[in-house]
Design a protein around this ligand. Structure first.
Ligand code: SF4
Ligand code: SF4
Length: 267
């Protein structure tokens, strides 16, 4: 069954007209990576301590939850290339991916819920659950009731970076999605030695290239200033280039391109 679910996610992304730039220049995303975490994985309990008591477990989101299905939508090389050339603002292709590509990601969440329900299982996309909330001021800064990055880590898809992203086998330039379901599936093993292993700085104290890529100094060797980043990503960047690109959300991703972890786990 896990192959069937993986194939359905890949098929939807490959065939969906929503995964195409309006000018016909190709897809927003390459083939997804897919992982599964057991709903009863103790990590989800640990997240209440690490992130906050407000962070929900799969069972709190869905009674009888058995599995968290998580996917990584890798941003294409053509789009990454355009963002690499930028230093102040995100590129047009990057911004369209953040805006329209995320719409496709939302369609995938809803499609997978309907698909699982069609197979006789219960399912919920945490981001669209009535229980979903965001909090502006927590001990870990801005946070919500469900972190897709943490779900992706639990599902063996990557480890955390200095810049607060998730470095997967396809790198850090991606969008993530997740669905909690009552369908039992075998959990994907977490093969990294620790939760920070894929980042060169965390692994061996080197690199730090993402620090120099951030136009507002939101990354230092001490970590990522979420508030400063957010003011740029949701404020300055869309104000400056949103209208020109014809989108409301531009993202940024400068720290995710022209860096060693852009598209691979750096050796
Ligand atoms: S650029 Fe280097 S330090 Fe920054 S997240 Fe990537 S691997 Fe880590
Ligand atoms: S997304 Fe942009 S603003 Fe945020 S840390 Fe990365 S480079 Fe800086």
């Amino acid at each position: 069954m896990e192959i069937r679910i993986r194939d359905e996610i890949r098929r939807f992304v490959a065939e969906s007209p929503g995964n195409r730039f309006p000018d016909g220049s190709g897809p927003y995303f390459d083939e997804p990576l897919v992982g599964f975490a057991a709903a009863e994985d103790p990590l989800f309990g640990d997240y209440k301590r690490i992130i906050g008591a407000f962070h929900l477990t799969p069972t709190e989101l869905l009674e009888g939850a058995a599995t968290v299905i998580v996917w990584v939508l890798p941003i294409t090389a053509a789009t990454r290339m355009t963002n690499r050339m930028e230093s102040d603002w995100p590129s047009r292709k990057w911004s369209l991916t953040r805006s329209h590509g995320e719409t496709l990601n939302g369609q995938l969440r809803r499609h997978l819920v309907a698909h699982l329900e069609g197979l006789g299982h219960r399912a919920v996309a945490p981001q669209y659950s009535p229980a979903w909330q965001e909090f502006a001021d927590t001990p870990v800064g801005i946070a919500s009731t469900w972190s897709e990055r943490h779900a992706a880590y639990a599902a063996g898809l990557g480890t955390f970076s200095l810049s607060d992203g998730l470095i997967t086998e396809r790198g850090i330039a991606h969008r993530l999605g997740s669905v909690v379901t009552s369908l039992p599936l075998p959990p994907t093993p977490r093969t990294a030695p620790d939760h920070l292993h894929n980042c060169l700085y965390h692994r061996e104290g080197s690199c730090g290239v993402c620090i120099g890529r951030c136009p507002v100094g939101a990354i230092t060797f001490a970590g990522h200033d979420k508030l400063r980043c957010r003011e740029f990503v949701y404020g300055a960047a869309p104000r400056e280039v949103g209208e020109r690109y014809g989108v409301q959300q531009t993202g940024c991703g400068l720290c995710q391109t022209r860096v060693p972890c852009e598209a691979v786990v750096p050796p």
